[in-house]
Write a protein that binds this ligand. Structure first.
Ligand SMILES: Nc1nc2c(c(=O)[nH]1)N[C@H]1C(S)=C(S)[C@@H](COP(=O)(O)OP(=O)(O)OC[C@H]3O[C@@H](n4cnc5c(=O)[nH]c(N)nc54)[C@H](O)[C@@H]3O)O[C@H]1N2
Ligand SMILES: Nc1nc2c(c(=O)[nH]1)N[C@H]1C(S)=C(S)[C@@H](COP(=O)(O)OP(=O)(O)OC[C@H]3O[C@@H](n4cnc5c(=O)[nH]c(N)nc54)[C@H](O)[C@@H]3O)O[C@H]1N2
Ligand code: SF4
Ligand SMILES: [Mo]
Length: 759
């Protein structure tokens, strides 16, 4: 008899509740859970394909260990023996920084990724940490760190109550939203318009989101910081600055006025290709709206002035009094957040506490740029001290496709002394590993959104246990990461439960000493004994919930949250709309919002220089497709084909000028390399801009993603050489990259294309 099980979808940031139909151990259908307190039944094609994603026959079933150059199936004991030997040899010989760690995107979509990487990193003591954040949202972390003193204090647009939304470089109709967790983002945008609100979209492409907008501004890629600075200029010039209730919490309002003096709408018009009148209208509309929110995403972050653009997004929210008020942009409060401490000065946010060895890139949030991973492996000497990365741990990461210059990284990975990948697939990156540790498919894993609940448009909490028991021979990803931590740190063979016990003991030890904690002065041993849950990860979730802002404080607030209470609410618990929280979230040294932090002021001259730039030629931007997800979902037949293809979007004017016709192969040349790809002629890109999606290029030998290999596409990141970065955050520049096009004869296939001179 088929049964139903609930499971939060891990496939994008929207975190929809799914109702899975399960026959035996197989997921035969997935629909939206209508009773889910947050998603109310919404589902997209990826969620509807949960069963196909879960049962993909190419998923690895057992660990792989390299013997005589070949990866072969092995038992878990043997695999962890190899991990312990491989990692310890490098750490003992070359020191902790010679062991690198790469954390990829799916870590924010798993319980394991939320709980164990911090323990692993603390145990390793390595500074060689690289994550997907530096090809994504690091500029936002840096600007939040500088403005609010906390890199994770990211204001979220109050989608359901705002009167005016200004959306910059985001396409939630395809992506379903990012750094703004909102199941049915499209429906929420439609509701905004239906209640008389306005939607403005700034994007070089006329996306499905742009088509929904009242106004679409097709800006020249990479120039948003100039547009936003000009909007700030207009607010001052036309006396539209009005902080309202925020005023007592903000320092630096006059300093910002002076800092944007040069950025008049007229001065930025030619660079941005946005008429001065439009820029003024954008600023006036923002100031006039009863409530408004400015929200920027990928197109505002993965550009040369990513941190400045991210900063200006919040400067606009602040100067119009929209930060921290309903209908504006607010700080969510998740159930597993730490108990809020009383407001007051904090330790502030430090940037560049150390630098990368070869390129001298400053760390941000303890991370080095993913763009610099290859050089940290393949370059023996550099201005910094220390040794190259000789061993690598990758968890849920595929940087060979997602980071700049995969060919160089490919070679670098081959030269490592040892590499271990925690990954369900033998993919472009994991194929280099000496040991691959495959996590179980999602139906066999629990789910809770540690990260996304801190970015959600409504406070709520949900937890789903595995929908299907672990298959024989499988190991939970939580246990894989606990064992990996032990193996990497010389405690191989220890019971993995000791990792959770240690975290619980340390957390409780700190809490009972903290006068602001609800458990101040209590006995940590007694508290630990009260934790419920079937296993270590569940007890840790119980601990976080009970110590959190809605928690029962182990009896201090008897009606508060516990894991038991959450389990009694399988569709989740609604914790209400976002509420104003300032000044509590601020952790700057002043205890205020610091509107013009020194590193930002120091980067403004670079933006001033950009006023004079007039890029001739074509620039490249990316795009996402609703039925795709970064680099690992092209192996699911139900999610590929149709318009989900790796083609180069070219505007008809450019196609005419260059002699490119539909479906014709075109060689695209960038600073780091070239790819050959079929053209798709469409006026959805503005003239002067071409667009290629990322995550393709599944034609490397040694992978096992059979369906993906039949339509491999090309790796857009091969056009980059990794040298283009936003200097403050180390974020890769992935959009607005200059490229050249060479049309090739229609019969040319990508593999057979021979070099021809550039025009
Ligand atoms: N040109 C260009 N490049 C981009 C982007 C862009 O817009 N343009 N976007 C960037 C962004 S925003 C991001 S986040 C990065 C993403 O880049 P990565 O962080 O490298 O993420 P993915 O490409 O999604 O690859 C995820 C890996 O995790 C594995 N995986 C899937 N599920 C699980 C699981 O449950 N557990 C484990 N352990 N592994 C799992 C997959 O098999 C795959 O190997 O790409 C970036 N690259
Ligand atoms: N279907 C699907 N959903 C996903 C993903 C996926 O791969 N597929 N990936 C997930 C991940 S990891 C993330 S981070 C999010 C990202 O979520 P979004 O930020 O919404 O990502 P995109 O859809 O790439 O939208 C970025 C938009 O920026 C535009 N753009 C490019 N350059 C510029 C510029 O210089 N200025 C401006 N103003 N716009 C520019 C592009 O044309 C594009 O439409 O999506 C997540 N959801
Ligand atoms: S929108 Fe995202 S979370 Fe919701 S069903 Fe689709 S992939 Fe899953
Ligand atoms: Mo991302």
């Amino acid at each position: 008899m088929p049964r139903t099980a609930l499971r939060i979808c891990p496939l994008c940031e929207a975190t929809c509740g799914l109702a899975l139909t399960i026959d035996g151990t197989e997921v035969t259908a997935a629909r939206g859970d209508r009773d889910d307190v947050f998603s109310h039944g919404f589902i997209c094609p990826k969620g509807a394909s949960f069963g196909a994603v879960d049962s993909d026959p190419d998923r690895l079933r057992a660990p792989l260990v390299r013997k005589d150059g070949e990866l072969r199936e092995a038992g878990w004991e043997e695999a962890f023996d190899a991990v312990a030997a491989g990692l310890r040899a490098v750490a003992d010989r070359h020191g902790p920084h010679a062991v690198g760690v790469v954390l990829g995107n799916p870590n924010v979509h798993t319980v394991a990724g939320g709980l164990y990487p911090p323990v692993l990193l603390a145990a390793l003591g390595t500074r060689s940490l690289f994550t997907a954040s530096t090809v994504d949202q690091m500029p936002k972390h840096v600007s939040s760190g500088l403005l609010f003193g906390d890199a994770n204090a990211i204001p979220v647009p109050d989608l359901d109550r705002t009167d005016h939304l200004l959306l910059i470089g985001a396409n939630p109709l395809e992506s379903n939203g990012s750094l703004c967790t909102a199941p049915d983002f499209p429906g929420r945008l439609k509701a905004l318009r239906a209640r008389g609100g306005t939607l403005t979209v700034v994007d070089p492409r006329r996306t499905r989101t742009a088509k929904l907008a009242d106004r679409h501004v097709a800006i020249r890629p990479g120039t948003d910081a100039l547009l936003l600075a000009a909007m700030v200029h207009v607010l001052y010039e036309e006396d539209l600055v009005d902080l309202g209730d925020l005023a007592p919490h903000v320092l630096g309002v006059d300093e910002v006025r002076a800092s944007v003096r040069d950025f008049t709408p007229e001065a930025v018009a030619a660079v941005c290709d946005v008429e001065a009148g439009v820029t003024r209208a954008l600023a006036r509309e923002l100031a006039a709206a009863p409530t408004a929110a400015v929200y920027g995403r990928i197109g505002s972050c993965t550009v040369p002035h990513g941190t400045l653009a991210s900063w200006l997004v919040d400067v606009l929210n602040i100067l119009t009094g929209n930060l921290d008020r309903p209908g504006g942009a607010l700080f969510p409060q998740a159930a597993t957040d730490r108990t809020p401490r009383p407001a007051g000065p904090g330790r502030g946010f430090a940037l560049g506490r150390w630098a990368s060895r070869v390129g001298g890139h400053p760390e941000a949030k303890g991370e080095l740029p993913l763009s610099a991973l290859a050089e940290e492996i393949d370059t023996a000497t550099g201005p910094g001290t220390g040794t190259p990365v000789r061993a690598l741990i990758t968890i849920a990461a595929n940087p060979v496709l997602s980071a700049p210059d995969g060919d160089r990284l490919d070679k670098a990975l081959d030269s490592l002394d040892f590499m271990v990948s925690v990954d369900p697939y033998l993919g472009e990156t994991s194929r280099h590993a000496d040991v691959v540790l495959p996590p179980p498919p999602p139906a066999q894993s629990p789910h809770h959104d540690f990260a996304f609940n801190t970015l959600a448009v409504r406070n709520q909490v949900r937890y789903t246990r595995p929908a299907v028991p672990l298959e024989p021979g499988r190991m939970a990803e939580t246990e894989i990461l606990a064992r990996l931590t032990l193996a990497a740190t010389g405690r191989h063979g220890t019971d993995p439960a000791t990792v959770d016990a240690m975290v619980i003991e340390q957390t409780l030890g700190k809490s009972v000493r903290d006068p602001h904690s609800p458990v101040h002065g209590r006995d940590p041993g007694d508290l630990a004994a009260r934790l419920t849950g079937e296993n270590g990860p569940e007890r840790r979730l119980d601990l976080m919930l009970r110590l959190g802002p809605y928690g029962d404080g182990f009896g201090a607030r008897p009606d508060g949250l516990t894991l038991e209470r959450l389990l009694a609410h399988p569709h989740g618990i609604d914790l209400g709309p976002l509420r104003p929280r300032l000044p509590q979230p601020l952790k700057t040294r002043s205890g205020k919002v610091e509107l013009l932090p020194e590193p930002i002021a120091g980067d403004l001259p670079r933006l001033r220089q950009a006023l004079a730039e007039r890029p001739a030629g074509l620039v490249l931007v990316g795009r996402r497709h609703l039925r795709s997800n970064n680099s690992w979902m092209h192996n699911i037949p139900a999610l590929t084909g149709g318009s989900n293809r790796c083609t180069l979007h070219v505007h008809p004017d450019d196609a005419g000028r260059l002699g490119v016709s539909a479906a014709q192969p075109v060689r695209v040349q960038g600073p780091g390399g070239e790819v050959t790809v079929p053209a798709e002629i469409t006026d959805s890109v503005r003239p002067g801009v071409v667009s290629l999606p990322h995550g393709w290029g599944h034609d490397r030998p040694g992978t096992r993603q059979t369906h993906a290999a039949t339509e491999p596409g090309v790796n857009v990141n091969q056009l980059l050489d990794g040298s283009l970065l936003d200097p403050l955050s180390g974020n890769a520049v992935l959009n607005g990259v200059p490229v050249k096009l060479v049309p090739l004869p229609a019969t040319t296939t990508a593999a057979a294309a021979a070099p021809v001179p550039s025009p």
